[in-house]
Write a protein that binds this ligand. Structure first.
Ligand code: PMP
Ligand code: GLU
Length: 412
């Protein structure tokens, strides 16, 4: 039997982040030593009080409103206001099963075109294709910290802006580069001039190593959508709890999002929404300080030990990624490069081509989360002094994988 598939769906493959996770696990199962630098998942435990809130609410079984628990939306509204200075009232917030779903609903609802910097997270383009919105890539460069300058953005818009109906996706700290955007203000000016809509993916913003929460919404509040959730700062990726905050004046858009939600997942599971109230209401600053300090220390270790005349790389600023560039003429594509590295060293990474770069750019994404975050977290008493000895003791796979990669690159 051949069950016919729509053309735009047939084109999709399994998301490469999830695929590398499964491939790494399979290789480990058959006895291979694999350094899991491919998948990006927080290694830390969820704060105990939040887990306790989930336990206490496990027996709650009624469906909640489509848009999400009002109390949770209120807390997220306050959380965003405290960080961005912009008021997204609770009526403007939709709770979703992960922010990935929030973005998908947005793509399905929106009628226009998508502009996204290269590099960008692997799922933006496929999601836009599911929504049948055309995607434009905006190349960025290492010298500009992998974010577009105002001039680059304007030049690109001049070429494509006849439709004047464009969403620009921004993600800072960035997956895959680990960089923080330092020019939101000038980007916002151009966005205003061209009447762009911004989708600000703030899933990692609480993991900014400078401890500042920066959002473009501050400069362009009435056109900025924000997505976020518990997956990264709180270590709760598997809980699938995210949100979308829509700017004022988007009631019709929100109603369509709600219709889509009601016809697909109905509403997010009840116990997790109650637990999330605790996550957004409680004070988890100490937890975040420690998580950021450990990630920063591990990321900096990897950076220091990789950078060389064969590997170009910018220092880590947030999230848990680095984007090394290998100088070589041997490989034709970044996926060939990643396959060779995996074969020769056991280090699993993702190719830059999954993040919007041309295949012949020898960029890769390295996630430095292959360590037992629960143990590491417990052992850190002073987050200001995480020594190299601690990194060696509590993140041995990261240390070993980095050494293998660095040695491998010497022969390029
Ligand atoms: N945006 C980026 C840049 C991500 O890396 C992720 C993590 N997969 C997400 C969004 C989605 O996160 P979640 O659906 O778990 O909220
Ligand atoms: N965000 C993670 C990554 O980029 C994985 C989860 C996902 O892609 O949904 O590796």
């Amino acid at each position: 039997m051949t069950t016919k598939i729509k053309k735009n769906i047939l084109k999709l493959k399994e998301s490469s982040t999830l695929a590398i996770n499964e491939k790494s696990k399979e290789l480990i199962k058959v006895g291979k030593k694999i350094y899991r630098f491919g998948f990006g998942q927080s290694p830390f435990q969820i704060p105990e009080k939040i887990v306790e809130a989930l336990r206490l609410n496990a027996s709650k079984k009624e469906y909640l409103p489509i848009q999400g628990l009002p109390e949770l939306r209120e807390k997220i509204s306050n959380y965003l206001f405290n960080r961005t200075g912009v008021k997204y009232p609770k009526e403007n917030i939709l709770i979703t099963p992960g922010s990935k779903e929030a973005m998908l609903l947005m793509h399905v609802t929106f009628n226009g075109e998508i502009l996204t910097p290269a590099p960008s997270w692997v799922s933006y383009e496929p999601q836009a294709e599911i929504g049948r919105n055309k995607v434009h890539w905006l190349e960025t460069s290492k010298v500009n910290n992998w974010f577009p300058t105002a001039k680059e953005l304007e030049n690109k818009l001049k070429k494509i802006s006849k439709k004047k109906n464009i969403i620009l996706i921004l993600n800072s700290p960035n997956n895959p580069s680990g960089a923080i955007c330092e020019n939101f203000e000038e980007i916002a000016k151009i966005a205003k001039k061209y009447n762009l809509i911004i989708l600000s993916d703030e899933i990692y913003t609480d993991l900014s190593f400078d401890n500042k929460y920066q959002s473009i919404s501050k400069y362009y509040p009435d056109h900025t959508f924000i997505s976020g959730g518990l997956s990264k700062w709180c270590g709760a990726g598997g809980w699938r709890l995210g949100f979308l905050a829509v700017p004022n004046g988007s009631k019709e858009f929100m109603n369509s999002l709600k219709s889509l939600a009601s016809e697909s997942y109905s509403t997010v599971n009840t116990p997790t929404q109650f637990a999330a109230v605790e996550a957004y209401n409680g004070d988890y600053e100490d937890y975040k300080l420690k998580v950021r300090a450990i990630l920063n220390a591990v990321g900096t270790f990897v950076y220091n030990n990789l950078k060389s005349n064969k590997i170009l790389i910018n220092p880590p600023q947030g999230a848990f990624y680095l984007m090394p560039e290998f100088k070589n003429k041997k490989f034709k594509s970044s996926s060939q490069l990643c396959e060779a590295i995996l074969h020769d060293t056991g280090v699993a990474m993702l190719p830059g081509s999954d993040f919007g770069f041309k295949p012949n750019k020898m960029l890769t994404r390295l996630s430095y989360t292959d360590f037992d975050g629960v143990q590491f977290f417990k052992k850190v008493t002073d987050y200001k002094s995480i020594s190299e000895e601690m990194i060696k003791k509590y993140a041995p796979n990261v240390v070993e994988g980095t050494a293998k990669l660095s040695n491998w690159a010497k022969n390029l």
